[in-house]
Design a protein around this ligand. Sequence first.
Ligand code: SF4
Length: 289
Amino acid sequence: MMSFRSLLRSQRSLSLRPSKKFLALHSSCSCYSASAAAIEAERTIREGPRHDWSKDDIKSIYDSPVLDLLFHGAQVHRHAHNFREVQQCTLLSIKTGGCSEDCSYCPQSSRYDTGVKGQKLMTKDAVMQAAQKAKEAGSTRFCMGAAWRDTIGRKTNFNQILEYVKDIRDMGMEVCCTLGMLEKHQAIELKKAGLTAYNHNLDTSREFYSKIITTRSYDERLETLKHVREAGINVCSGGIIGLGEAEEDRVGLLHTLATLPTHPESVPINALLAVKGTPLQDQKLKYGR
Ligand code: SF4
């Protein structure tokens, strides 16, 4: 193993230390001024989270140098969480395909020819077996996803899922669901069954949303998040990058999430996996910088 002393020596030989000339040239340079990421991280650690973000505030953090974002993001993370801890979760699709919605990225929509066949809700035995396997593999949370617009008018299926939630909670695991839009009373029933968190992504900004989905509105999504929050269930809500959105749309999504009365406990940020047969099949992922 390389010692600290030999590491220093190797750094010298690779000229990784800045020369006096470099320091002289850069000591008066404005490139050392604090980035928005640094300023906001310091403020957050001092004063806690805020909800009064403007899009400009968020854009200036978004435009901070990437290493600053990593470093100061890690500082805030370490301030709020035990940095040695990660939670292992297992996600199971308990009802795949045949969805009536038209989300342009999704191979589970029945509107697109992607080869994904609509299936029925998995049986209790199959779900419980999968949950047991996940627990044995070290997962402490089990997430169940169903490809539905909503569960209104699916009372039998919804009651089955309530049972799955209860039984998996009884195994000592946290439980998360993503079942499409929820009505208020359904969120309350899920809470009573012991649901830990509910996932419902906003996907992108309000402005770009209609280019991606036309069968339900942005406000309907926010309404579901409100029901989940009011029922006392943790909110998991994020989006997808690479849908063809502009940087302003990424900022817009973050702005919506960051100005919610209570921030989501989880914000999943996915990168588009362009699937053949979907309208976004030829979409190339651009990182935008
Ligand atoms: S609602 Fe969910 S499952 Fe249905 S098409 Fe949209 S992303 Fe896919």
